[in-house]
Each structure stands twice: as C-alpha cells, then as structure tokens.
Ligand binder design. Structure first.
Ligand code: B3K
Ligand code: ZN
Length: 855
C-alpha cells in the first residue's frame, strides 16, 4: 500500500452534482444502484473508488460501458476520455451481512436483533458503491431504501419524501429520502432496522421547527432522555455562542451496539455507539453520562464545523475535529465547574496525547502523509488540535474570536477548506493568529522551562522562559512556537494577586519584566493550561503548597498537586520533593474544599495513573517500580489523612439521585474517600462499601463501591461481582463495566484476562466488549508487559487484524512505548512485535507497526 502525501493534493477533474442511490437489502446481500450526474472541472479522468464491490453494470450517458472503456484496479475505477457532462449509472452487489470491519454498510447485532447501519467516514462510502469518495466532492443525495418489513425503520439523510409497500413483493417496503444540502460522501448514512423512537422538537432561533428523534431498540428507549435533552441544549448553545442554527427539518440519532468508535456526525442522521448515547441513573455512571452529553454536543456541533464547512482532504482532519472538540469542551465547561472540565481535558491530554507526541507515533496535528487515514484519528489530531484553537481563542479574546468564527462561517459555508483558510478567517482582527500555523506542522510537545529573578532595589521581577521541542525524525528542525503563558503574581503576605498577564513566548528564550513589585511574589504560570506544553519552573515545594492554598484558578490548584506528585514520583523530572509538604498541604485544603466544591476536592487527590507516569519516563521504565512507588504514595496519602476519611464520608450521605453538578461532585468525592478509607484500613470502611453497594441510588454509587471492593480484595468481593452480574445480565453496557472492573483490577493477571475472554458473554465482534477487557487490561502495565500478558494482547491484535483492522490497529498503537521499557521486558516486547509483523496483513496494522517499531 502506498503513502499519500499532502503536497500531492490535486483537485478532482469532475464534480458530482447529484447522486441517487437505490439500496435493496436482501437476506444475504444488498444491491446498490447509483446514478451520478457529473460535470468536468478540469482535464483528467473520472476516478471512482471502490472496495469489496462486485460490479454488475456500468453505463455512461445511457450507454453500457464495455470493459475496455474503463480500468478497474487497486480499488479504483477509471474512465478516460469522458465528455464534460456525464451521467453514470452503476450497479454493484455488496454483502453487509459478512462485513465485520464495521465500515461501509454492515449488519450489527445478532438473532432477532439485527440491524443494518453505515459508517462512511473517512473512506467507507467506497464499500457501498463506486464513487469519487473524497471530502472535496460535494453532492446532493437522494436515497431509496428497500428491505423486508421485518425492518420497519428505514432512515437516510435529510427529509423523508415517500414511503410505501412493494406491490410485487408484499413482505417488502421502501422509503425515499432527500438531503437538500451539498455533502461529501463520508457524511452519507442509512439505517435498516427495527427500532423504537423517542421524539421531541426544537424551534431554532431562525424559527425553524425541527423534529428530533432518537432511535434505539425498545428495551433501551427509556435511556434516551438524557441524550435528547443534551441535543436540545447543544442546539441552543450553538445559537448563543456561535450564532449557528440548525438547517434541516429533522435531526435523527440512532443507537447501535456494534460501532468502532463513539459516534458519527452524518448529516441529519447521527449514528451512535450505544455506550455514547444511552444513559440512565441506574445503569450509567456520572462520568459516562456526562460524556454522553459531551458526545451528543460534539456530533451536533459538527453540523457547522465539519458538515456545512468540511475538509478539503483528510490531512485537514483537525480542521473539523480540533475545532469541534474545542466547542464541545466549552459546552461542557458551561454545564459543570469549568475548572473541573479543564482538569479532565488536560488530564486526558497529558495521559494520551503527550505520550503519543513523545513516542514513535508522534505526528503533526496536520499530518503530511499516511498510508491508512483511519490510523490518524488520534488524540494529537483531536485533543492537541483543540488546544490550538483554544490558544487562538484566548489570544484573540471572546469578541474577536467570535468575529473570526463569524467570518469563517460567512466565507466558507458550503465549501471544503484547509487549516490555512481557517486561520485566515480567524485573523481578520489580529494577524498574529496566522503564526499558529506552525503548531499544526510541528510534532512534539514543547518543554517550557523558566526561572525568576527579583531585584528588591529596583522592585523588579523578571521571569525568564525558554522553549524546546524535541526533533522528531523525518521533520524539519523544530522552531519556536507562539506559546501563550497565562501568568499571575501572588503577594506572599496577603496571598492576593498583584498582577495578571498573558505572556507570549514566541522565541527560544525571552525575559518578561514586571515593575513596581514591592516584594518577591509567588508566580503562577500556565493558568488554565493556556498552552499544551510541559512546564519546568524552579519552584520550591513551599511555593506550590502556597499556590494550592491561594490560587483562585481552580485548574491551577489541581496543577500544583500534580507537580508535587510528579516531583515525588519522578525525581528525574526535577527536584526531588519531600512528600510531607504535599501531604500537609492536602490535609489542610481538603476539609475546606470538600464543602465548597466536592468535585474539585476529589480531583485534588488524583495521583496520575501508571500509564501516565510511564509516558513521562524516557527509558529504563520498570512497571513494577512505578507501580510500587505510585501505590506507596497513595498509601501514604490515605494514612496521612486517615482521620479525615470518616468525617468526610459521613458528611456525604447517600441520598436520592439527583443530576446536578453538586450531586455529581459529592458522589465523586464519596467514591474517592471510600477507596482511601479502605486503603487506610479505617474501621468500618468495608461495611461502608457494602452498604453503599446495597443501598445505592444510582450506578455511580454502586459501581464505585464494587470497584473499591474488587481493588481492595475485600472478603466478599466475588459475591458482589456475582450479584452485579445477576442484576444487570440483560444490559450489555453494564456487563461491559463488569468485564472492565475485573480486567483493570489492581491485582489482575493474564489468567484472569484469559478467563474473561473465554466467558460466554465475551464477543469478538462487539468492539465495546473487546475494549471492556483488552483496553481495560492496559491500565495494569505490570500485567500487560509480561510474556503471558503480551501473548494475550498480541493474539487479540492478530485475531482482529482481518475481521476489524481499525480496532486491531488502535490496540496495537497502545504498545508504542515498548521501546522505553527496562530489559528484559524491552527485548521481550520487541520480539513479540516482530512476530506480529509476520502474521498480520491489514495495511492499518502494518502502518502502525512500522511506526511503532521505528521502521
Ligand atoms: N468523525 C467521527 C470519527 C470517524 C472515525 C473514523 N475512523 C466522529 C467524530 O469525531 O465526531
Ligand atoms: Zn468529531
């Protein structure tokens, strides 16, 4: 398979004006008839892409094309010497029933619960029919679906035009849908199923009455109200914050249990992984439920950032994803404490994106080449992409950012554009914005180091900052990037802020001067994480403890706890800290904060996960040592605050369920406190856990108790696991939790994983289930990086390589840090990976492997 390069981009020779599709679904295949009206734009051939298709008929302008008039090879159908206006008619046969890759048109579910859905982004449409399947070809789609009446639900993009029965086949029916918006093929969707629907409506700011529908199987329909509300909230939020109203008369969401990722923003017909749309207090944890709302918002926001304005080519993926993630993060920040939202987003960024940027899979936010684009739906494109938009928004300020986004929508609506176009619109009030282009081009996480000097004679404080980015091979030598560093100076005496400013570090080294500073202040940097960088500043532990107490920025209060933890656990990263300062600072802060902001209080007790710590260790990483150190500090914390746990736990009694930010905060803190109390052997803590499980008002409480009992191996843990299974046996998403709590348990080992994989409810064809065991397992590096652990993990990759290469490749990417392991694990992992290379065939896994192996 060949590499595709950004620099080779060429416009298509033909545009498609309209396409009509007729998809007839039969017992063991589907027949797809398509008619494309195409118009020449420039010299060149007609190029249609197609994969896994059986071509049955092809005609051009009414004349059947004989085999010598076209070329069919390597996934392309090429027609040379075509006239300037062409109507192509194609007929192909596909087999959704055996499509296990879950890309294109595929069957999900089994038995009487089968349904058929599409996933076309990025290049799945070519598995439905031959088509110029590229995002810069926009067309008007009309879709006719025909199927057995056992599938009453027939949906496609846009508006329903007609539906009826087949006169000659009484058990069959059809529906015709028309989408009035010009769209690329990756936004095409259709569904053939037997589903219930929750309906509602929304009137837009422009006065359009929109029918809202969430489709799910009947047993799940009562779990759709949270998603429906989130949809309405998102529609309103986009009107208020970006002036964007919805543009069709109908918005549909369909829940499907087998889906490779979270959800898909198809025009007017979103398709969602059940895990990302269904939610109920009894079955869904608060964290999950909150992310359901965020994902609904994300897909809705794509309607403008992605669908109305789309990407010119797949290298520009961050254009829609980075901006849309920034938008969903801002939406979520409005639904809860914005500090906690920022903490969650930054914790994810640090754990996953920083690791990616530090290892062999590092790539720019806008990659320059790929073999398989599915391998580039990464945390770098999404989350680092969002951070760049955030830096721009903060640099411009709210008003100018809004002027810039208004300009973006005005200028490019209906077009397929590039990152440069985006920056050019955003820069109408401030040309500096265009300098951010280098953030899209340069891989690697910048390290910002700094120190301060105070001169009491002149009452001057100088802060010197410098930036450095590692040179990733294959790319130009790194250059300085524009890095906004939000800064506040705190008076040591009063604890009050004496100056605030946004420093712009855009050279290798720079000095910033503050005059009229009467005593040396404590400096708080990178407030609200104003740039996606690693910060090394010559703090004393006491400065950090001071900031924990006095910072008004909630995010930075968390950030200093994390700095302290890192200095304790990763002494090579800076000065070795004395844990006493950290423990004392928390002991003082926690009881106060617990009453003010329970969610933030819970987060201040965060100790980075083993994986996150591993990501910061460049070589000789020994998972056992990290685990021991991490658990040691956790234990120390639990014991140091032992007197507080009982009081805190009792302060937060179980009461009836409520879905407010405050109630969610209390539940989060109670679960953390319970775990701490079990660690510290607080008397009665085991009973608290059991009672919390038995009397739980919601899944957050029940699962929190179960997880704590499993991790602390309390006497009855197995009985509780069995009870949990019995109670929720019929609910796949809860059974996923049951698998994952075991697969990620502190004491998990390869045998446990093996038995979970052999469980009768395990299902290789359901990505959620595979992830509930295999991805959960990666949270325990001491078990994963063993001969047996790797055998299991790589067997899974080999097994999925053929049936679902997208998932196989994702799982493989998790092994990217093998190279940093201490021997003998490094050698062991290396030979495992080489062995995998001999046994896989998908281009997805091959591309990831060659990056991971550094080839
Ligand atoms: N755009 C889709 C992701 C498609 C991934 C294909 N491998 C979901 C999203 O980002 O909203
Ligand atoms: Zn997205």
């Amino acid at each position: 398979p060949s590499k595709i390069n950004l620099k080779d981009y060429q416009k298509p020779s033909f545009d498609v004006e309209t396409v009509s599709l007729d998809i007839k679904l039969f017992e063991d295949h589907a027949q797809v008839d398509s008619t494309l009206k195409m118009v020449r734009q420039s010299a060149g051939d007609i190029v249609l892409f197609g994969e896994d298709l059986e071509l049955l008929a092809l005609s051009m302008n009414g004349e059947a094309l004989s085999a010598e008039r076209y070329e069919l090879s390597a996934g392309k159908l090429t027609i040379s010497d075509a006239p300037d206006e062409v109507t192509l008619a194609l007929q192909v046969r596909i087999c959704p029933q055996t499509n296990t890759a879950l890309e294109g048109f595929y069957m999900a579910g089994s038995g009487d619960e089968t349904m058929f859905v599409t996933q076309c982004e990025p290049e799945g449409f070519r598995k439905i029919t031959f088509y110029p399947d590229r995002p810069d070809v926009l067309a008007i789609f009309t879709t006719r679906l025909e199927a057995d009446k056992r599938y009453p639900t027939l949906l496609a993009n846009g508006n329903l035009v007609e539906a009826g029965e087949m006169i000659d086949a009484p058990n069959r029916h059809y529906a015709i849908w028309h989408d009035p918006t010009n769209k690329p093929s990756y936004l095409f969707a259709c569904v053939v199923a037997d589903l219930d629907v929750l309906a509602d409506s929304y009137t837009t700011s422009e006065g359009r009455e929109v029918l809202l529908e969430v489709y799910a199987k009947s047993a799940d329909i009562d779990k759709c109200t949270v998603g429906m509300q989130a949809l309405k909230d998102s529609m309103q939020w986009d009107e208020v914050n970006y002036g964007r109203a919805y543009d069709l008369d109908r918005y549909m969401i369909v829940a499907v249990s087998q889906f490779n990722m979270g959800a898909m923003e198809n025009k007017g017909l979103n398709i969602f992984n059940t895990a990302c749309v269904l939610s109920s207090p009894e079955t869904t944890t608060d964290t999950r439920s909150f992310s359901v709302k965020a994902i609904i918002a994300h897909e809705y926001f794509h309607n403008w950032t992605g669908n109305r304005i789309t990407c010119r080519d797949w290298f520009q993926l961050c254009l829609k994803e980075g901006f849309t993630v920034y938008r969903d993060q801002s939406f979520s920040a409005d639904q809860q404490s914005s500090a906690v939202q920022r903490i969650d987003d930054v914790a994810t960024l640090r754990a996953h994106q920083f690791a990616e940027d530090a290892g062999p899979l590092a790539h720019p936010v806008r990659p320059e080449s790929f073999v398989e684009i599915n391998n580039f739906y990464t945390t770098t494109v999404y989350e680092k992409g969002a951070e760049i938009v955030r830096m721009i928004a903060n640099t411009l300020g709210a008003d100018d950012f809004r002027k810039g986004t208004d300009e973006y929508f005005r200028r490019y609506d209906g077009q397929a554009v590039t990152v440069e176009d985006f920056l050019s619109a955003l820069s109408i009030t401030n040309g500096k914005v265009e300098d951010f282009i280098d953030w899209y081009r340069q891989p690697g996480t910048p390290v910002v180091s700094g120190h301060q000097d105070y001169d009491s004679a002149t009452q001057t404080l100088t802060i010197t900052l410098s930036q450095q980015t590692r040179h990733v091979s294959g790319f130009d030598a790194p250059k300085p990037l524009p890095i906004p560093v939000a800064t506040a100076l705190f008076d040591k005496e009063s604890g009050k802020i004496i100056a605030e400013s946004m420093l712009l570090l855009d050279q290798a080294t720079q000095t910033f001067t503050f005059e009229g500073v009467s005593a040396e202040p404590v400096v708080s940097l990178l407030r609200d994480f104003s740039a996606p960088v690693q910060l090394n500043y010559d703090y004393q532990d006491e400065d950090l403890a001071f900031l924990l107490k006095h910072e008004t920025n909630g995010f930075n209060r968390w950030q200093v706890t994390q700095m302290l933890v890192n200095r304790i656990l990763l002494p090579t990263q800076g000065t070795k800290s004395n844990p006493d300062v950290y423990l004392a600072a928390l002991a003082q802060t926690l009881p106060v904060l617990a009453g003010e902001d329970a969610m933030l209080a819970a987060r201040l007790l965060d100790i980075p996960s083993a994986q996150e710590l591993a990501a910061a260790i460049p070589e000789d990483y020994d998972p056992e040592v990290v685990k021991a150190q991490r658990e040691g500090l956790y234990q120390q914390l639990a014991e140091a605050l032992k007197d507080q746990w009982e009081m805190l736990y009792k302060q937060l009694p179980l009461h009836s369920y409520e879905d407010s930010a405050e109630a969610r905060g209390e539940r989060a803190l109670r679960n953390v406190v319970l775990d701490m109390a079990l660690s510290a052997n607080v008397e009665g803590a085991v009973e608290w856990a059991q009672q919390q499980y038995d009397n739980a008002s919601c899944m957050t409480e029940r699962f929190g108790a179960l997880k704590a009992m499993v991790n602390h191996q309390v006497a009855n843990a197995d009985a509780y696991l069995a009870d949990f299974y019995q109670r929720f046996q019929a609910d796949d998403l809860v059974i996923d939790l049951w698998f994952s709590v075991q697969a990620s348990a502190d004491n998990v080992n390869a045998d446990v994983i093996k038995s979970l994989l052999a469980h009768e409810d395990f299902d290789w064809n359901t990505p959620n289930r595979v992830r509930s065991v295999i991805s959960a397992f990666t949270s325990q590096p001491t078990a994963l990086w063993t001969q047996q652990g790797l055998d299991i993990y790589t067997d899974v990759i080999k097994k999925l390589d053929d049936s679902n290469p997208m998932i196989a490749s994702r799982l493989l990417q998790v092994l990217a840090r093998w190279n940093t392991l201490a021997e003998p694990r490094r050698q062991m992992a290396h030979s495992q990976l080489l062995d995998v290379q001999q046994q896989v065939s998908s281009k997805h896994v091959h591309e990831s492997l060659s990056s991971v192996l550094g080839a």
